[in-house]
Ligand binder design. Structure first.
Ligand code: FES
Length: 198
């Protein structure tokens, strides 16, 4: 091999190894992206997200996503889901988002519940911290919420604190406000959701 052939050979070998390095680089990059895609957290479903300020409320049995108004809450307990109003997206992907609404005499509301109430209406998590049943019983006379499973009772006028029964924790509160005649979430849940540790 003369000198010119040797130079051509060296150039060809150099080009080949550059191509190999390039291929290896892109293949590593591809693997990295695939791995990153695999470990990236899945995007949260908005229906699972907790209620946000500005959400409306919709009755759990409503056939249409109609926003609840203060006049819809009378003597009975109403179960509702939060709803993002622009897209009418009902946040019913998690049962922990289910809330109960009751009407109180505003003059009897105690402590921080005064600021969380709207026109005497208060909202609490409907999930009992004792064992996760739904709190569905309401004594409008005594303004007491009761869980039908093991009879834990909560004072709706005072941050749903436990009055008696096996529950050890108050129901989480969902502050409300009224905007354009609709019941609207004023702040996220206050207090822990779900079952209390033993
Ligand atoms: S689940 Fe409510 S009192 Fe037990």
């Amino acid at each position: 091999m003369n000198e010119a052939d040797a130079r051509r050979w060296a150039t060809a070998v150099d080009a080949l190894s550059t191509r190999r390095r390039t291929l290896a680089f892109f293949s590593m990059l591809g693997c990295g992206l695939a791995v990153r895609r695999m470990i990236a957290p899945a995007k949260a479903d908005p229906a699972d997200e907790r209620p946000k300020e500005g959400d409306h409320l919709v009755g759990i049995d409503a056939s249409e996503p109609v926003s609840l108004q203060p006049s819809d809450i009378t003597d009975s307990l109403v179960l509702a889901w939060p709803m993002e109003p622009a897209a009418k997206l009902i946040r019913n992907g998690s049962r922990l988002n289910k809330v109960l609404l009751v009407r109180l005499d505003p003059s009897t509301i105690i402590g921080p519940t005064q600021e969380r109430a709207a026109d005497g209406i208060v909202a609490y998590s409907a999930i009992c911290p004792h064992a996760g049943c739904e709190v569905t019983d309401w004594s409008a006379d005594r303004q007491i919420l009761e869980c039908p499973c093991h009879n834990s009772r909560y004072n709706a006028r005072e941050a749903a604190r436990v009055i008696d029964g096996p529950s050890t924790r108050a129901l989480a509160a969902l502050p409300l406000k009224i905007v354009e005649s609709k019941l609207v979430v004023a702040k996220p849940f206050i207090g822990r959701l779900g079952i209390a540790p033993p």
